[in-house]
Design a protein around this ligand. Structure first.
Ligand code: SF4
Length: 361
């Protein structure tokens, strides 16, 4: 009987150990799930890139040379250069006040869609300034409802957005990114992120709540520079809980924020890669942080200016192609300087449609 009792206890202990092990394993899996899914996404994106490359290499033109056309999967259209803020490092400055007529902008977007565009990001300048946000709203609506793009996003400083805009256009917008470099108003003022007595952080929080109410995924973009590099933003970012926190290393672009012709002079804002890494290390527990060093950032974006010309940044300045409205996407994109491999490597392709994000609103 004693022996039977010991055997039973031994079996129970073993069962207990097995259950604990399974529990720990499950916990570890849950903890790592986010990380693993991000890695898988990147792996899928890179494989997709390799397949596109392989297909391209099989296509040869009549003279036997290889055709290596770039697909404009994700495009950033800076339709205005005008802005109400004066950020000292701004790298898309108000060098012109030109904005295309709405129908011309739509024609260009249709050409991009035909060339393979899946995601459009509207940016500036401040995109909500043109016709009090109506121009932007119409483009957002057109891209979602007519072109049926998987993802439509906007980058804004957040100061001119109204609830009425969300009511009219929110359902067609997947992601709204608000630029915020500091949670200390004095630092924002020092940087130039602000206008008059308006409080940038209060605006940010107001817009964040509207995003929740009108079901738009919320993102934050921060440029790390000499004035915010020592700041600890962990608490505020956790509280705001954006779907993505893009953290850029301040970048110099000749003719925009550096050099004689430039409207801004950001030399005093620049930080070293080591300092940038220090900032990233301080925020390494934030899961949604997406870092972008100068190297990752410079050529991995397809940028269209207000005339719908691709801007080539490979020489450290923005050299424009001809407009896609005049020569078509395929001809213009050859002069974009776009590094497609780096685009996939930096995780440029991610879950960018709000329908796929499974967000709790
Ligand atoms: S808010 Fe953006 S576009 Fe406006 S000045 Fe600042 S960086 Fe430039």
């Amino acid at each position: 009987m004693w022996n039977t009792f010991r055997v039973r206890c031994g079996q129970e202990e073993k069962m207990y150990v097995v259950v604990i092990c399974i529990k720990l394993l499950l916990q570890a899996c849950i903890d790592k799930a986010g990380e693993i899914s991000r890695w898988l996404m990147r792996l899928v994106a890179l494989s997709k890139y390799e397949i596109i490359e392989w297909r391209r290499e099989r296509v040869t033109s009549s003279d036997g040379t290889q055709e290596r056309g770039v697909v404009p999967t994700s495009v950033n259209y800076h339709f205005t250069r005008q802005c109400n803020y004066k950020c000292g490092f701004c790298f898309h400055t108000a060098k012109s006040s030109f904005v295309l007529p709405l129908e011309e902008a739509k024609r260009g977007l249709k050409l991009l869609k035909a060339a393979g565009m899946e995601k459009i990001n509207f940016s500036g300048g401040e995109p909500f300034l043109v016709n009090r946000g109506e121009f932007l709203g119409k483009l957002v609506q057109y891209c979602k409802q007519n072109l049926k793009l998987a993802s439509v996003s906007v980058v804004s400083n957040g100061s001119r957005i109204t609830e009425k805009w969300f009511k009219n256009y929110g359902k067609d917008l997947d992601i709204l990114a608000i630029s915020c470099d500091s949670f200390e108003e004095d630092t924002n003022r020092l940087i130039g992120r602000g206008q008059g007595t308006k409080n940038h952080i209060e605006n940010l929080l107001k817009v964040r709540n509207w995003c929740k109410d009108y079901q738009v995924a919320f993102k934050i973009n921060s440029v790390i520079n000499r004035f915010n590099v020592d700041e600890d933003m962990n608490e505020q970012i956790r509280m705001i809980n954006p779907i993505r926190w893009k953290v850029f290393q301040c970048l110099l672009i000749e003719g925009e924020n550096a050099g004689e012709e430039a409207l801004r002079h950001a030399e005093t804002f620049i930080i070293s890669s080591k300092d940038f890494q220090r900032f990233l290390d301080r925020h390494k527990e934030i899961k949604c942080l997406v870092p972008e060093s100068n190297e990752k950032m410079r050529d991995s974006y397809l940028i269209l200016d207000e005339y719908m010309r691709f801007l080539d940044c490979t020489q450290g300045r923005k050299d424009p192609s001809k407009s896609i409205l005049d020569v078509g996407v395929e001809n213009a994109i050859k002069f974009s300087g776009f590094d497609e491999k780096m685009f996939f490597k930096r995780g440029g392709k991610y879950t960018w449609s709000k329908a796929d994000m499974r967000l709790e609103w």
